[in-house]
Design a protein around this ligand. Structure first.
Ligand SMILES: C[S@@+](CC[C@H](N)C(=O)[O-])C[C@H]1O[C@@H](n2cnc3c(N)ncnc32)[C@H](O)[C@@H]1O
Length: 260
């Protein structure tokens, strides 16, 4: 087994091969998108990573796979969708196709399309998710007013239906479209995802003490958020420069906490 609460530098398939089966509660990760960036020219094996993720995931565990497509000759590659469908072919469940709505970054190589602001966050589960602490922070437009609900049955056995008034709470469940900025927090990695994105998925799909894995750890955003939320973590990253950034970010967090 790999040492926990560390970033391990190397090829993710090799490192995943050292992990026992069914030890991970949650994966929050973002692989390279087609050939949009090279990250130092390293290759990776989608089919190998997908197979290992299924193997190391506990029953009821969750994978959050953040990805988007390149556009070639005016057509999106569709590789994001192919990856989601491959997880299904492996016997995993596609619980939700969530959207990360970020500030627009041009037309993604296709001048006939609208400016691109969406990335997929596929939520893939091994059976029914064992943890689902969905966040309820969407302000209800009708908060404070009440609505009429009907309770009780209409059959003679259960008596007539009765009408009740129920107050609408201030907040309702968040939707599956998350608006989040691309804030880099002074990070030198070319394509980190937002800290809030990692933090909110970890809060939703895991509990304190659970093991959270990122097999494409980059600058260690998932590891940093997992540590902040009291989860154990493992980061796998092939580029030594990014491993160093991630280690710095995680160590910095300890100093920040000690300073409080
Ligand atoms: C989209 S970035 C991940 C960024 C990360 N979510 C963050 O917030 O910093 C993808 C990462 O996968 C890494 N990578 C590519 N091939 C890999 C491999 N075979 N094994 C491990 N990591 C790999 C790249 O070096 C890159 O840092």
């Amino acid at each position: 087994m790999l040492e926990l609460n560390r970033i391990h530098c190397g090829d993710n398939c090799d490192l995943l091969g050292k992990m026992p089966r069914e030890c991970v509660d949650l994966v929050v990760t973002s692989p390279p998108y087609d050939d949009l960036r090279t990250y130092g020219g390293h290759s990776w094996d989608f089919f190998g990573v997908a197979w290992h993720l299924k193997r190391v995931l506990k029953p009821g565990g969750v994978i959050v796979w953040v990805v988007a497509d390149a556009t070639k000759d005016g057509s999106e590659t569709g590789s994001s969708m192919e990856q989601a469908l491959h997880f299904k072919r492996l016997g995993l469940n596609l619980l939700d196709t969530m959207i990360w709505n970020k500030p627009p970054a041009g037309a993604n190589g296709n001048n006939d399309a609208y400016p691109q602001s969406a990335e997929f966050m596929f939520v893939v589960t091994k059976g029914k998710p064992k943890t689902s602490n969905r966040l309820a922070d969407r302000r209800n437009a009708w908060a404070g007013t009440s609505t009429q609900t009907t309770s009780g049955g209409r059959s003679p056995k259960y008596g007539a239906a009765s009408k009740e008034r129920q107050e609408i709470p201030e907040f309702g469940l968040r939707t599956n479209v998350w608006d989040m900025d691309k804030s880099r927090e002074g990070n030198e990695h070319p394509a980190p995802f937002p800290f809030d994105l990692a933090r909110d998925h970890i809060a939703t799909w895991s509990n304190p003490g659970d093991l959270v894995l990122d097999p494409f750890s980059g600058s260690g955003t998932t590891a940093k958020a997992a540590k902040e939320l009291g989860r154990r973590f493992l980061g796998l990253e092939i580029n030594p420069e990014y491993c160093a950034i991630a280690e710095r970010r995680i160590a910095q967090q300890v100093l920040e906490l000690e300073a409080v």
